[in-house]
Design a protein around this ligand. Structure first.
Ligand code: FNR
Length: 356
């Protein structure tokens, strides 16, 4: 029997040639939100390297929704042209281009990791951050402004407009970023959301913004193309968002027509306690799949072909996302095939290097 990792995955009208996805990873290399040749080479080489799905980094729906000034963006039409060129290359490699639409919320306005990942003030090119409530991420952070109703409506309009541009840019998979302590996650978690209006308090109220963003995206995203939502399945902190609420949310998202939950965790609060080990988030993907019946993507310290194959064979997830391992090995879609004894097509330019 051929390995599941190389069994095509059909989602709506789209077929991924394998179950290897490149996890979205910020490159902190854009200027004014514009993609450039770094992004073409980074994303393009992972497409020629055999992954079935390439999900572009967190891509800001508005300038204030960027983590750093160097984040990729899709808040104006001028951004579309380069993204479309990158996507054409990805498709030419028989891979599928996906985009992760994001708003960084209270974690916005920070410097890139190699500049210390510090909050930027106005003099340093920073901006005022927004959040469900005026609660700092950490003691050294600036205080975010609680979004009022007009602010929430702007977020929804920004996601909608960004979706229109994503379609024009030729993306074929849409992922909404509702993880890692960014805006949507910060509404989900009671640790960052102390609102007393219809967006805070009860579970139904805390998930409201995420659901409204899903609606806004679905109003423009083609019905026959896949829609993913990335969540943090646990805050890894007492009193925080947890796996039980993640299962409930996943059920609601499935009802709404979301196709797959990309299951990450953490990053809402700095005092989280994560028991990091190989595949440590896989049990969350497994439980969400089992209890809500939706497809899941597993991510986090999945680093080799056998491990990935086992997750699929055990029915714990439908798709495997690779982050750092794909930075070490851009060709993992090709080399994993050799390890599992599967015949895949290498780019003709690389045929002479093909592993037997
Ligand atoms: C990330 N991660 C991440 N996640 C996300 O949802 N959107 C993003 O833009 C980024 N950016 C990012 C940049 C870099 C350099 C790294 C290393 C990570 C998290 C990433 O997608 C993945 O979930 C984690 O890295 C865990 O998977 P691995 O790396 O253990 O395979």
């Amino acid at each position: 029997m051929s390995p599941l990792l190389y069994t095509p995955l059909e989602i709506k009208s789209l077929t991924l040639k394998n179950r290897i996805a490149i996890s979205p990873m910020c490159q902190y290399s854009a200027v004014d939100g514009f993609a450039n040749d770094w992004h073409l080479v980074h994303l393009g080489s992972r497409a020629s390297g055999g992954a079935g799905l390439i999900i572009q980094e967190a891509t800001a729906v508005s300038p204030e929704g960027r983590i750093s000034p160097e984040d990729m963006g899709i808040w104006k039409d001028e951004h579309i042209e380069k993204l479309a060129a990158i996507n054409r290359f990805i498709i030419s490699q028989n891979a599928v281009p996906g985009v992760q639409l994001a708003h960084a919320g209270r974690k916005a306005s920070s410097s890139s990791p190699w500049n210390g990942h510090k909050k930027l003030d106005a003099a340093q090119g920073g901006w005022e951050t927004v959040a469900p409530s005026a609660i700092r991420y950490s003691d050294t952070d600036t205080l975010p402004v609680a979004l009022d109703n007009a602010g929430i409506q702007k977020v929804l309009a920004d996601f909608k407009a960004a979706t229109v541009r994503s379609v024009k840019a030729g993306f074929q998979v849409m992922e909404i970023h509702a993880a890692h302590g960014y805006l949507l996650h910060s509404f989900l978690s009671p640790l960052s959301n102390e609102r007393t209006d219809e967006y805070g308090g009860s579970f139904d109220n805390r998930i409201r913004l995420t659901l409204e963003v899903v609606d806004a995206v679905q109003s423009e995203w083609p019905k026959d193309l896949p829609l993913f939502v990335r969540i943090s399945a646990s805050d890894w902190a007492e009193g925080g968002w947890d796996i039980a609420e993640s299962v409930l949310l996943s059920k609601v998202l499935k009802e709404k027509g979301v196709d797959l939950i990309d299951v990450s965790s953490g990053a809402l609060v700095p005092y989280q306690k994560i028991p990091v080990e190989q595949g440590y988030q896989v049990p969350f993907a497994e439980r969400i799949k089992e209890e809500s019946g939706i497809m899941t993507g597993a991510v986090g310290l999945i680093t080799d072909a056998t491990q990935a194959e086992e997750i699929l064979v055990m029915g714990k997830a439908d798709l495997i996302l690779f982050g750092r391992e794909s930075l070490r090995n851009p060709n993992l879609g090709l080399t994993f095939a050799s390890e599992l004894g599967v015949e895949v097509q290498w780019p003709k330019q690389y045929e002479r290097a093909k592993l037997k």
